[in-house]
Design a protein around this ligand. Structure first.
Ligand SMILES: [Zn+2]
Length: 296
């Protein structure tokens, strides 16, 4: 219903305008975004008691939207350290301006520039970043599953374009994957994975030695990063049976090497090393320790 959006058109609420704008953008294959605004709250606060206040549903006293390809031109602040930056701004003149009125309470379209200096086709519009995002929950779940199954990015991209009609690029998928992995890491402190891995080691190598010391989380550790689960692991020691054989064979002198802050819980990694008859260092045990000095 693109004809709803024309100079002088009145909308009883910002929501009504938004619906008309979405229809307009879909029909014309263009995309507008807000570049400047004054809220109704701010405008009402400046009114004298005798004035009629603007309806809260209008949201904006003044609002200007520009075509995605035509934002306001700003002087470049570039220092040349990011040479590969680019912009969709090709100084398109497309613009929609609105102002609120109190009699009757409405948002009025005061300006509509419907001339664009670029293609206004569906093929052009679908490559705007806003149109390359997955919006439906079912689509997001589907792509999540494909990413977690380690599908090839180019295959996932082709699937998304063909079956979900969203023109994601492989770069978009890389960003999607990074955000997904980041949210999964925050949801777990990784210790369950460690315990699972140790159980698997004991199953495949019954002669292995695994030692785990846990502790109740302290208030300070829980407060340190509220987005993560507080860690419980204080010490993790493990030695495979082949490591123990090496220690029994060459364990006259034991080297101990410590590396600090080896994981995101800032645990220390202690490596126990012996030297074989070729003077090569051989690891005979690993130990992660949360604190070296304090008694646990
Ligand atoms: Zn434009």
């Amino acid at each position: 219903m693109a004809n709803l959006l024309k100079v002088g058109a009145l909308f009883k609420s910002y929501k009504d305008f938004e619906t008309a704008l979405n229809d307009y953008c879909t029909e014309k294959s263009v995309l507008f975004r807000k570049v400047s605004s004054i809220s109704v709250q701010k405008a009402n606060a400046a009114l004298s008691p005798a004035d009629t206040a603007y309806d809260e549903r209008l949201v904006y006293k003044n609002l200007t939207l520009r075509c995605k390809s035509g934002n306001l031109v700003r002087e470049s602040q570039s220092k040349g350290i990011r040479p590969n930056q680019w912009t969709l701004n090709i100084q398109c003149a497309g613009q929609i301006s609105l102002c609120a009125q109190t009699v009757p309470q409405a948002l009025r379209v005061s300006k509509l520039v419907d001339i664009h200096n670029h293609a206004t086709t569906k093929d052009f519009a679908k490559f705007y970043p806003e149109n390359r995002r997955l919006k439906k929950d079912a689509d997001i779940a589907q792509v999540k599953g494909m990413v977690l199954c380690r599908g090839q990015p180019i295959d996932i991209r082709d699937h998304v374009r063909t079956n979900l009609s969203v023109c994601m690029t492989t770069k978009d998928l890389a960003n999607f994957r990074r955000e997904l992995m980041s949210s999964q890491r925050k949801a777990s402190n990784g210790e369950e994975d460690v315990i699972k891995e140790m159980n698997s080691l004991l199953e495949t190598d019954p002669g292995a030695v695994v030692g785990i010391v846990t502790a109740e989380p302290t208030a300070s550790s829980a407060d340190a990063d509220s987005t993560q689960v507080a860690p419980l692991l204080n010490i993790l020691f493990f030695q495979t049976s082949s490591m123990r054989d090496l220690f029994l064979k060459f364990g006259e002198i034991l080297g101990i090497d410590t590396t600090y802050n080896t994981n995101r819980h800032n645990m220390h990694l202690i490596v126990f090393v012996v030297y074989d008859n070729h003077k090569n260092g051989r690891v005979v045990a690993f130990c992660f320790v949360r604190r070296e000095r304090r008694k646990l």
